[in-house]
Design a protein. Structure first.
Length: 299
């Protein structure tokens, strides 16, 4: 086993030699950088990590350069305390920009986003629309709650003292999401352990809580301005090829979010799966991976 893999993740499950980049703010970001060719950048959400993209990296790396970072506090990246890192959307976007600039990614990229990775990735894309070639959207958002959608009760609970205790004391968010994230066929215990493995103690669960706390609900919230600016600039990306693959039984990113993507990007290629949930790359792997591979490699 690669020494840096946490207990619960095997080399067979995650057959990569990861790399590390020290950010300006101090912590080290772990990332995968596999293969060569046109770059495909995969941005995970909360509470997953680059493990979510492992099969997509393997599928693409023979013809593309597959880059998949772990956000600070997530996966195999450093997990500093609040005094060493400010867990905000702005820093997430800055970190992504610093990574790609440091790797010398000068050509246009295909951006693959999932969950809160959509907000991070599309905020970056809104900053640099000239750097984006294609978009792959997987159960995510890049805008405020769509019309008709209320803030989920489970996420509201996570923002209370009880929720904080459950997340940091019992790893409830990572374990719970792995438990309910697939609907067609529940994840195996082995897979669920791998998703939760990096979040193995109170200190290492800081990001899974801070991500939820950073979701902006009202003006004045730290991330509110970035979300507002990003959704206003999404039309600068409207002409780009977009592939949307969507699990309709997602407990957060449901039909309301999908309808908003359709409204904003009427030309997108859309594949929805009525029996699948949040972790669409697990739930509908056999269908979705070939779709993304074809979309990425089609000039």
């Amino acid at each position: 086993m690669t020494p840096y893999l946490p207990d619960g993740v095997s080399q067979e499950q995650y057959p990569f030699t990861g790399k590390f980049l020290t950010l300006k703010s101090g912590p080290r970001m772990h990332y995968l950088d596999e293969g060569s060719g046109r770059p495909v950048v995969m941005i995970h959400g909360n509470p997953s990590w680059s493990f979510y993209y492992r099969d997509l990296v393997l599928a693409l790396r023979d013809h593309s350069r597959a880059i998949a970072p772990d956000h600070i506090g997530c996966g195999l990246s450093d997990k500093p305390g609040d005094g060493q890192y400010d867990y905000t959307l702005k820093n997430r976007v800055d970190d992504l920009e610093f990574l790609l600039d440091s790797l010398g990614v000068g050509e246009k990229i295909t951006l693959v986003v999932h969950d809160w990775g959509g907000m991070i990735g599309l905020a970056y894309a809104a900053r640099h629309p000239e750097r984006i070639e294609k978009l792959v959207i997987l159960n995510t958002g890049a805008f405020f709650l769509p019309h008709g959608k209320s803030f989920p009760a489970a996420l509201r609970l996570c923002r209370t003292p009880l929720g904080a205790l459950l997340i940091r004391g019992f790893n409830a968010f990572a374990r719970g999401t792995a438990w309910i994230g697939c609907k067609r066929q529940r994840m195996s215990g082995e897979l669920r352990r791998a998703y939760a493995a990096p979040y193995n103690n109170w200190a290492n669960r800081i990001a899974t809580l801070r991500f939820v706390e950073d979701i902006p609900l009202a003006p004045g919230d730290k991330a509110y301005t970035i979300v507002e600016e990003t959704q206003q600039k999404l039309d600068t990306l409207a002409s780009l090829p977009m592939l949307i693959c969507w699990g309709m039984k997602d407990f957060v990113f449901d039909r309301y979010f999908l309808e908003e993507w359709k409204r904003r990007f009427p030309g997108a290629e859309i594949h929805s799966y009525p029996d699948c949930g949040h972790y669409i790359l697990e739930d509908a792997k056999e269908e979705v991976l070939p779709l993304i591979k074809r979309f990425v490699e089609n000039a």
